[in-house]
Design a protein around this ligand. Sequence first.
Ligand SMILES: [Zn+2]
Length: 572
Amino acid sequence: MLRSLFLICLLVIGVAGCGDSPEATLEPMADRVLTGGVVVTVDPERPDAEAVAIRDGRIQAVGTPEAIGRLVGPDTDVIDLEGRVVLPGFIEGHGHFLGLGDAQMILDLQRTASFEMMIEQVAEAAAEAEPGAWILGRGWHQERWDPVPEPAYDGVATHHAMSAVSPDNPVLLTHASGHASFANARAMALAGIDRDSEDPAGGTIVRDEDGEPTGFLRQAAQMPVRRVLQQSRASMTEAERQTRFLRQVELAGAEALRHGVTSFHDQGTGFEDLDRLIALADEGGLPIRLHVAVRGESNADMDQRLPDYRRVGYGDHFLTIRSIKRAIDGALGTHGAWLLEPYTDKPDTSGLPQTPLESLRETAEVALRHGFQLNTHAIGDRGNREALNVYEDVLRRDEAGDRRWRIEHAQNLHPDEVPRFAALGVIASMQGIHATSDGPWVPQRLGAERARQRAYVWRSLLDAEAVICNGTDVPVEPISPLASYHASVSRMMANGERFFPEQSMERLEALRSYTIGCAQAVFEEDLLGTITPGKFADLVVLDGNPLTVAEDLLPSLQVEMTLVGGDVRYRR
Ligand SMILES: [Zn+2]
């Protein structure tokens, strides 16, 4: 009763006003107070403050040091900010949580500047690996290599150098896009891939002029190798699997917290790992809040099992399972995005749907039936159009409304599609960092004019009142919200040029896309995304203010502290 009186008081006149009223003496003391800094609330009702009080894991009050000081009792932990800046915890809108854990355990190829460097990393790993053990890596991109390998097939050398340094260990190196891989001779032999293998539907075994596989496997052509890898994992005991899972969670959580990420939208986890996540949430063992999209084996499988797996605010609001992940197409880098017109640098193709439209429509029906969101990966302008068409058709019959289905990536949009996001209430889940990572080669794929008009059009979407939820697609990109925020406001590429800067976000817009925008994307704008009394005390402390520091200093801002539910979970 006292607490609700107090909250009403807060809601009506704010804490400073309450301090003068008789009820103030009845206010419970704060558990923790952060004071003496800059508080960027992202709450338009009260954008700036200097101090925050936390009680029972929630924001108790926001205000001046004097007003908040009245909530300091003998047991209150007072953190002096010394001028540092508090923001709502960052929300990663599109990532792969267990994949992030995995990425900490396998070769990180994101910084390989040449094919030779990649081979050196494999050679080092092979020297230490047990005979027959898999060597896995992730994050290479042929567009980052200088020099270009000679000879190259689709920009990539043949596997021979890699097979020579790792003759007995199968090697599988996943492309930065996740939509292609590079395998050595051992891995291809285990998977039965040779010159007689036919390209599978929706995939390509890249070959040299003699018809021999080069090791570069696009899209579905990776699957035989992945199946062999999965079989080797299937032979693990249950105890081994659980150990591996806990290690994934621990590593992913640490990496997220180190970057100020307090909530994470995981885009696609199977039922087996969902069981483990639910059990861990039961024990209070999740390091950050997870909103996990289900990746089922089939529509029938999901139709049957989704009701048992639905969780909203489960485990003290650390686990929500209320969305489905699908993909309509592939990535632009591998010519897998489904375009309205042919690729400029590969005019014989416009890409392909990865999922039959009928299957996506069935998924939409399943989602509607069970009250799940549908999150569809769509990158090409055709892929986006077709996905929105399916959404529009199915949602037309929806009486409840406000389904907040999502398009993941939405990288290339025909201008006709831009207003459809707000009109259909569809969330644009876009990754700022993709624009600047991909920018150097996007005009090759699309031509300059199409790239200018359609690629990563955040400005156009915001002007059309779409909600954007930002992120990184980690482990495709590092999880850093500050790097993606910098990309969102500057469109500055590594080469120092700006990728169509007229599509940049304003600073506050970009901050909203990393906080309240992503909270809206999971129906949690009343719990997360701003520093507002009553919401969870999920906070990040930075050494500078991302709304005001010079643009070139944004990437070097440091995360000093991360709090989840008022609990300090990371300190630099
Ligand atoms: Zn993804």
